[in-house]
Write a protein that binds this ligand. Structure first.
Ligand code: DAH
Length: 338
């Protein structure tokens, strides 16, 4: 090995690097010349066998090899990158599909809150609300619910210190509202409710209801039936009817459960209504005089009706959602369908 030989190798290496066609070829050359098992280490090894007098000059030649090859690799790399960028900028592919900016939409729960509130708003109701963290008084006592009623059980209700709880029903807004507003009252109260339910396809510990309350000097069960029928048609379609089944709620007397005729099959029986032709939608009734009294109204002078329904249930029925958890997983791909 002599100096001319090394300088010749350097020149050859620089020529090869200068014409490397792409990054992969360049990398292969880098490995070949200055990689760990490449040409440079091999030459360095050879330096040991050279007479001492020749070593300094030859060592310098090897150093020139190393420095110039390293620089050439970097230069070629930059040149290839610049060329790729220029090629890209010049070539616009007009056949590429366009990019949509995804449009946001309201959550199905909010859609149902808006739809139901709007229907009642057109019937003369205003929207009222109350706190999620409620007192035991408004959630139960003011609603004529006895101290030993099952719904008060710690199994069913999330209790907080200091006589507070997470409201189990939007009915809690009733007495609150009546205490601060003289009759007549026509309100709907949408909002979150909480119960110690184990989550499954139809239960969630956190859900939504919308409550209705109408109090005036003359309000009858016929008004309730007529208004609910109207609501049923507005929400589910012109052919939908409602029916009342007797029931019990502490805060209404008489109390009913309300079914709507199935909007899918028109009442003939199908999968949605489990072949019965009817779908249970809400609880309702004539406000118990005790509730009016506790709120400071004169039960001899005013009367009213009330109702309450689950929003998740409405959303599931109307949108054909089979599992309540779908509403809370917040998978935008799923929710964007509705
Ligand atoms: N609060 C009841 C529930 O959560 C629903 C309800 C039934 C509300 C009858 C009412 C009513 O206002 O009159 O199951």
């Amino acid at each position: 090995m002599n100096i001319e030989e090394v300088d010749g190798l350097t020149a050859a290496a620089l020529a090869a690097l200068g014409s490397a066609a792409d990054l992969a070829a360049l990398e292969a050359l880098r490995v070949k010349y200055i990689g760990r098992n490449g040409l440079l280490p091999e030459l360095m090894q050879g330096l040991k066998a050279v007479p001492a007098a020749d070593k300094p000059a030859l060592g310098q030649a090897l150093n020139r090899f190393k420095v110039s090859v390293t620089a050439a690799v970097a230069a070629r790399q930059a040149a290839l990158a610049a060329a790729a960028k220029a090629a890209k900028a010049g070539a616009f592919d007009w056949s590429l599909p366009g990019r949509w900016a995804r449009q946001g939409r309201r959550h199905p729960i909010q859609q149902l809150i808006d739809r139901t509130s709007e229907i009642f708003r057109r019937m003369g109701f205003t929207v009222a609300d109350g706190p999620d963290v409620e007192t035991e008084y408004y959630n139960f006592d003011a609603l004529n619910t006895p101290a030993d009623h099952v719904s008060r059980d710690v199994q069913d209700t999330f209790y907080l210190p200091g006589g507070l709880l997470l409201r189990t029903q939007t009915s809690a807004v009733q007495a609150r509202y009546m205490e601060s507003h003289p009759p007549p009252v026509r309100i709907v109260c949408p909002g979150r409710c909480y119960r110690r339910d184990t989550t499954d396809a139809t239960h969630s510990a956190n859900f939504h209801q919308i409550e209705g309350l109408y109090v005036d000097t003359r309000v009858s069960l016929a008004d309730l039936k007529g208004d609910i029928d109207h609501f049923a048609r507005e929400l589910m379609g012109p052919g939908v009817k409602s029916r009342f089944r007797t029931h019990f709620f502490p805060f209404t007397e008489p109390s009913v459960e309300v079914d709507f005729s199935c909007h899918m099959c028109g009442g003939a029986g199908c999968r949605v209504c489990k072949q019965s032709g009817w779908i249970e939608i809400m609880g309702a009734g004539m406000v118990d005089p005790n509730v009016l009294q506790l709120a400071g109204y004169d039960p001899a002078a005013v009367m009213g009706y009330a109702f309450g329904m689950g929003i998740e249930r409405l959303a599931m029925i109307l949108f054909g959602i089979d599992d309540i958890r779908r509403l809370y997983e917040n998978d935008v791909r799923y929710l964007a369908q509705f």
